[in-house]
Write a protein that binds this ligand. Sequence first.
Ligand code: FAD
Ligand code: UDP
Length: 367
Amino acid sequence: MKYDYLIVGTGLYGAIFAHEATKRGKKCLVIDKRDHIGGNIYCEDVDGINVHKYGAHIFHTSNKEVWDYINQFAEFNNFVNSPVAVYKDELYNLPFNMNTFNKLWGVITPEQAKTKIQEQIDELNIEEITNLEDQALSLVGTDVYEKLIKGYTEKQWGRDAKELPSFIIKRLPLRFTYDNNYFNDKYQGIPVGGYTKIIEKLLDGIEVKLNTDFFKEYRDFEKIADKLVFTGMIDEYFDYKLGVLEYRSLRFEHEKKDCVNYQGSAVVNYTEKDVPYTRIIEHKHFEFGTQDSTVITREYPKDWSKGDEPYYPINNERNNDLFEKYKELASNHENIVFGGRLGNYKYYDMDKVIESVLDVVKVELDK
Ligand code: FAD
Ligand code: UDP
């Protein structure tokens, strides 16, 4: 039996591609080495609470096409991410906004906050921004950097903030209003009933094989399919022959607590270097749950080595250059599409994954 597409990965990218290809009459086989569908957006029902097994996932986008697309498969609630940060025995609102500045310095007006930050920036004399530390310091000054950024960032990435690319910190808004919304995007929410249901709908009627590693069972994909869509690690696909791309991994510690409300917020960040985890998620708050118990997850960053889950690409210059070489190699394989966070080696949020797969669908399936 010959398939039009073998799709490796049941994450958002693989599932959307499979859905769109099937809609256009293509025959697809979708495989995943995990024992469940959904990739990193997989949720598990624990006593009626949708537990985000691979870390907090909040959907947010400013792209209406993406928002309309995903809303075909789920209804989204009105959750707004407004995490707090704990530094020693102090608690601050995120992202960096007037509530944060008021708590830090007692300032009340935006003018006062701007003056305070500018005084700190002026003292530093940063001439050229080449890394995350310089970028952060020249945006928010020393106090915010030392209390809310440096410790979190260095444990999250396992390296000095001077060795990290500046774009990472630009993910966080800085605003001079009393607004604790973590994102600037126009649309935001959590799918009612969890993310796995979205993937179930996308893959409805499509052949899926779990516990199936491409490298063990389908290396010679051409025997069964005309084309391959690969959402695993691009360097692994090529046997690391140009070098190993670096990733950052995580360990999730899930715990059921016999209380109604453990921390009063879906996300609490621990910004001190000495606390070994970066954040604690309390899942029920994503859907305003009223269950008698609760489930929390501590997120411990860890080094990645072959065999670990590659949660984050580390997009520094060395790795981006190496990725470009793999991309060039990939361009010689016209029957393979590399996609998703790992196939494209990009720090993509879910909306960017959807954007990129829909772009590929236009070229690959609608040309
Ligand atoms: P994945 O979900 O990683 O799917 C790839 C799949 O391929 C996996 O299931 C894997 O098992 C499978 N696979 C890989 N190799 C093989 C192989 N050799 N054989 C068979 N199967 C294979 N985005 C947001 O928008 N908002 C958030 O709040 C947010 N929070 C996040 C928090 C964390 C901790 C992490 C890690 C990511 C977060 N993201 C968030 C990003 C989001 O998870 C990704 O954008 C999205 O899940 C990527 O989808 P994907 O299909 O590219 O990859
Ligand atoms: N960050 C920080 N302090 C925080 C939260 C985030 O310094 O309390 C920095 C850190 O470097 C992190 C980056 O901002 O890697 C992006 O944060 P985001 O919440 O987007 O991370 P993700 O959810 O992708 O892990």
